[in-house]
Design a protein around this ligand. Structure first.
Ligand code: VGL
Ligand code: ZN
Length: 234
């Protein structure tokens, strides 16, 4: 049987539209072509071209026995490992942020900050969780004594003289960042909000984050703030 290009496009359009309908997105049969449907499906289902996974601060000190232990912090590891493997398979970049403080960092209680000393450079607490798959660039932040740095966008990729994260992402032609890790209400939030400010589409991996919750509900409020700012939860 002969099938015309138009007929096939129509069939594919219907097929894709069905996917879109299943995802709860309004579908208008008249106004959009197959290309648009594809993009929509791609947006919702696929890790598209131009995507980068940002794994935020999955370090020993933020895990349950660490100096600034986040409840269930280690539980992000298996979730993020799946995402890391997926990005790896597709040849798409993964960046690991690493809180990397000098001993007298301004965020530490002794220096007038609010945190116990944590993620001190070259200590076990600053290492990534031993089960985390680390395959990509590292973006260290918070290594200047008198500068607070929650956001990955305050860090530098591949060494202290490397590019800032925003420049690096733009060099890689990244337009969408997937963000997971620790902690929801501090570095994940700061990174996601900076991502939006810097023009990226931001997807927050809701099963791959955990909160410090200094005040009960901080994690939930942080998620709401990111969504209000335009982040998508996945
Ligand atoms: C973080 C507190 C202090 C974080 C870092 O990674 O969320 N929180 N430094
Ligand atoms: Zn810190």
């Amino acid at each position: 049987m002969m099938i015309t290009v138009a007929a096939r496009q129509e069939a594919e359009g219907a097929h894709l539209a069905e996917h879109i309908a299943q995802e709860g997105v309004e579908y208008s049969n008249t106004s959009r072509n197959v290309r648009e449907y594809s993009k929509e499906v791609f947006r919702m289902r696929g890790i598209g071209e131009g995507s980068c996974l940002i794994v935020v601060d999955v370090q020993n000190d933020f895990c349950p026995d660490g100096a600034l232990g986040v409840r269930e912090g280690d539980q992000v590891v298996p979730v993020l490992n799946l995402w890391i493997s997926e990005f790896d398979k597709k040849g798409m970049p993964v960046v690991y942020t690493q809180d990397w403080h000098p001993e007298d960092h301004v965020s530490f209680v002794e220096s007038g900050g609010i945190w116990p000393p944590h993620c001190v450079q070259d200590t076990r607490g600053a290492d990534f969780h031993p089960d985390l798959i680390v395959h990509g660039e590292v973006c260290r932040k918070g290594f200047v004594s008198d500068k607070e740095a929650y956001s990955g966008f305050d860090g530098r990729v591949a060494g202290p003289d490397g590019p800032a994260l925003d420049r690096w992402l733009k060099e890689q032609e990244v337009s969408r960042i997937y963000v997971g890790g620790l902690a929801t209400d501090y570095c994940v939030k700061a990174t996601a909000l900076d991502g939006i400010r810097n023009g990226y589409e931001v997807v927050v991996l809701k099963d791959g984050v955990r909160a410090v919750d200094v005040r009960q509900g901080d994690g939930g409020r942080a998620i709401a703030e990111m969504v209000d700012a335009g982040a998508v939860l996945e």
